[in-house]
Write a protein that binds this ligand. Structure first.
Ligand code: FEO
Length: 169
């Protein structure tokens, strides 16, 4: 059985993962309209992954005798000044998610909920990978700048993007 504190923190995380899915979805849609097929494919896939993160939490809460909350999701506001701004925003978002997961893990220790602590290790590892991916992409964008040819090649690369962190495992 989940304690009230753990249950509340998990429900907050459910909302955050749902919001993350929306952020990626908004980015996917923007990139698609701009004609960047690779970036948009990557973002659509990420959006699905974030939804999967949300579902995994919902099922866990319900399995442990809690009641997962499915609330309204935030309408994302995107900074689409340029690609650098967009991916910077993405990295900031993932850092915020990592902080939230860390906070959640801390709560499970305070509450001596070792089962949830164990369950959350998957999210800890996932966040390392997602931050690494966002940093990798941002580094590339910094190198390319506003060079149209570079952006074209980058977009092509993104069609079959495999996280550098996934390669390292
Ligand atoms: Fe599931 Fe990128 O946070």
């Amino acid at each position: 059985m989940l304690s009230e504190k753990v249950s509340e923190a998990l429900n907050k995380q459910i909302k955050m993962e749902g919001d993350s899915s929306q952020v990626y979805l908004a980015m996917a849609s923007w990139a698609e309209v701009q004609g960047f097929e690779g970036i948009s494919t990557f973002m659509y896939t990420q959006s699905d992954e974030e939804r999967m993160h949300m579902l995994k939490l919902i099922k866990y809460v319900n399995q442990r005798g809690g009641q997962a909350k499915v609330g309204a999701t935030l309408e994302p506001t995107l900074d689409v000044t340029n690609f650098k701004a967009l991916f910077k925003q993405l990295l900031q978002h993932e850092i915020k998610v990592s902080e939230s997961i860390n906070n959640l893990v801390g709560i499970t220790l305070d509450e001596r909920d070792f089962a949830t602590h164990n369950f959350l290790q998957w999210y800890v590892a996932e966040q390392i990978e997602e931050e690494a991916t966002a940093r990798y992409i941002l580094d590339k964008i910094n190198l390319i700048g506003d060079d149209k040819g570079g952006l074209y090649l980058f977009d092509n690369e993104m069609k079959n993007f495999v996280s550098p962190a996934a390669n390292a495992q």
